[in-house]
Ligand binder design. Structure first.
Ligand code: C5P
Length: 237
């Protein structure tokens, strides 16, 4: 496969076409953003770390029967993915109360949530990713009722697998965001990336954040936690 034209630049990744219309080329950038892109910073080594963690997690999910868009590695920062029609919906799964769930609902931080909380957001930087419920999504045609059921089911399966894996690495999976896309046949596949940019991860022993909260809160060098996550995952996979 050869790399073609730049299709778009996201907040932490670039996507290129390839000579195969069914395959896209992703390049991870050394960039971190917060507040939907309003705060942006270059962080050396972050692209490599996110790419390595994401590739490792996609491979792990594939081995555990969860279909996704990941096809293979090109280099330390580049990978190939299946070209999908991405749904404009972010699916957030929460095992413990944190972040906006605490600030919006007056919740006690880090309480365990039962049932596991699932939320949908409309993907729009301009609108700050507003919350959407099922009927709003279906009425506007962003996804069908059947697709929403799949998003909920797949997210719970992914949560189970990732929670088990991180547990082995002495890491607690607090919450995470997923994106999905449609294949040409209309199947729903997990897409985007799986990295500490999109999930809250806490060291079970120390309680330290090993994710992007370190960047959001300016509490240190994010790559330290990301590196820790990668090293521990490599030890348990
Ligand atoms: O900010 P909030 O508490 O809603 O975030 C929940 C989870 O979803 C966090 O792990 C966060 O990193 C992730 N998220 C994301 N992209 C967004 C919003 C949230 O990756 N646009």
């Amino acid at each position: 496969v050869t790399r073609g034209a730049l299709q778009y630049t996201g907040k932490a990744k670039q996507v290129f076409t390839t000579d195969d219309p069914n395959i896209l080329w992703v390049h991870y950038l050394d960039q971190a953003t917060a507040l939907n892109g309003k705060v942006k910073e270059t962080i050396n080594g972050k692209g490599e770390l996110n790419s390595a963690i994401s590739q490792l997690l996609f491979n792990y999910l594939t081995e555990n029967g969860i279909k996704n868009h990941y096809l293979g590695s090109i280099s330390k920062t580049d990978e190939l993915i299946t070209s999908l029609n991405i749904l404009p919906i972010e699916v957030v799964t929460r095992n413990y109360a944190s972040g906006h769930f605490v600030s919006k609902f007056d919740a006690v931080a880090m309480q365990q949530l039962s049932p596991i909380v699932q939320e949908f957001y409309y993907k729009s930087d301009a609108l700050d990713d507003p919350f959407m419920n099922d009927s709003q999504i279906i009425a506007l045609g962003y996804a069908t009722s059947d697709e929403l059921s799949k998003l909920r089911y797949e997210s719970l399966m992914i949560n189970q697998r990732l929670t088990e894996l991180f547990q082995k690495a002495n890491i607690q999976l607090i919450d995470f965001k997923l994106e999905f896309g449609r294949t040409k046949n209309g199947d729903i596949l997990l897409a985007d990336e799986l990295s500490p940019d999109n999930m809250r991860l806490v060291d079970i022993t120390t309680g330290n954040s090993l994710d992007k909260d370190v960047f959001r809160k300016h509490s240190g060098d994010v790559t330290v936690g990301y590196h820790e996550v990668l090293t521990r995952l490599q030890q348990v996979i």
